[in-house]
Design a protein around this ligand. Structure first.
Ligand SMILES: NC(=O)C1=CN([C@@H]2O[C@H](COP(=O)(O)OP(=O)(O)OC[C@H]3O[C@@H](n4cnc5c(N)ncnc54)[C@H](O)[C@@H]3O)[C@@H](O)[C@H]2O)C=CC1
Ligand SMILES: O=C(CO)COP(=O)(O)O
Length: 295
């Protein structure tokens, strides 16, 4: 089928590689890039099936300025929550297109490994089963595709695991050991499940590829940008230094701020996310955070 990838960062280019195996795919982004099948945005937007890999904080602005509605379907590839409003991406995109035209891709998928055609398994979630199946069937042989109707569960788990990945990096950066990291990841899974349930997400989604699968991956690997943010915090670096060294998006940073805001409004207990927020926003000493979590 004819598809367009919008956003030519690491994940957009990896999804271009993946979807190109079986489909006729073009790619576009706000700045022109010398890459295969790069087309102007106006041309990309005419495709019926879009994949949008723009980081969560920029989606609303990008849609307002660029989106032209031709009745396209959108596969959302970002993993984050809008900080300014606390809105999930299905609500942000929902302000522009109806829910039955939206699907979400989640699961363990470092762009660098997808780019090399290494095997993984991912979930496409949508309230429109046929649409989820269409995007899943278009995946290449090296990606096993599953479908789900739990859009909120997919979104919350994909966004929340980035915050726990920052905590994972802090834990390893402080040299707290394998036991501590396993405890942190397990409690992180409980925490993100509790948060998602408050918004109607299904519990089992958090045990799936998009929940536990992606959490285990990112909270324990230096390939994760969010984990590397945590390593930087453990070394006592400030956020400006960490983010400029990273040079790529770390969605866990704005998402920790969004979670802080939502948790306050809805009175949800999120101890690990609260410590990540305190380290990022208030410059709290990571060792103090560990002490407070153990208490
Ligand atoms: N890299 C990975 O392994 C994976 C990334 N993701 C998610 O995909 C999303 C994108 O991540 P990456 O491509 O890895 O990030 P990246 O840092 O490699 O690229 C970011 C992309 O966003 C574009 N961008 C930045 N500001 C923009 C704006 N104001 N308007 C429009 N476009 C803008 C940039 O031009 C660039 O193409 C994130 O939400 C991330 O969590 C999801 C799965 C895997
Ligand atoms: O979501 C990812 C892999 O599934 C990528 O994680 P990072 O953004 O932390 O690198």
């Amino acid at each position: 089928m004819k598809m367009a990838i919008i956003g030519a960062g690491k994940w957009g280019q990896a999804l271009y590689h993946a979807y190109s195996q079986k489909n006729d795919v073009v790619i576009s982004s706000r700045h022109s890039k010398a890459i295969e099948n790069f087309v102007p945005m106006s041309e990309a937007l005419k495709c019926e099936y879009l994949v949008i890999a723009i980081p969560a904080q920029f989606v609303r602005g990008w849609m307002e300025e660029n989106f032209v509605d031709h009745g396209q379907k959108i596969l959302v590839a970002a993993k984050g929550i809008e900080t300014s409003t606390g809105a999930f991406l299905n609500d942000v995109y929902g302000d522009f297109v109806s829910a039955d035209r939206l699907a979400f891709i989640s699961g363990p998928s470092f762009a660098a490994e997808v780019q090399k055609s290494l095997p993984t398994a991912l979930i496409i979630s949508s309230t429109n089963h046929e649409l989820a199946q269409t995007y899943a069937d278009a995946l290449p042989k090296f990606i096993k595709g599953y479908v789900s109707s739990d859009v909120v569960g997919a979104e919350v788990s994909g966004a929340y695991k980035n915050v726990i990945a920052i905590a994972g990096g802090v834990c390893d950066g402080l040299g707290l050991g394998n036991n501590a990291r396993a405890a942190l990841i397990s409690r992180g899974l409980v925490e993100m499940t509790r948060f998602g349930e408050a918004f109607g997400a299904k519990t089992e989604t958090f045990l799936s590829l998009g929940g536990a699968g992606d959490l285990f991956l990112t909270a324990s690997s230096t390939l994760s940008r969010n984990y590397r943010v945590g390593l930087g915090l453990a070394k006592g670096k400030d956020m400006d230094e960490i983010l400029s060294e990273l040079g790529e998006v770390a969605e866990g940073v704005p998402t920790a701020k969004a979670l802080h805001k939502i948790a306050k409004e809805k009175e949800i207990y999120l101890p690990i996310a609260a410590e990540v927020y305190a380290m990022i926003e208030e410059g709290k000493d990571p060792l103090e955070s560990v002490k407070d979590l153990l208490d």
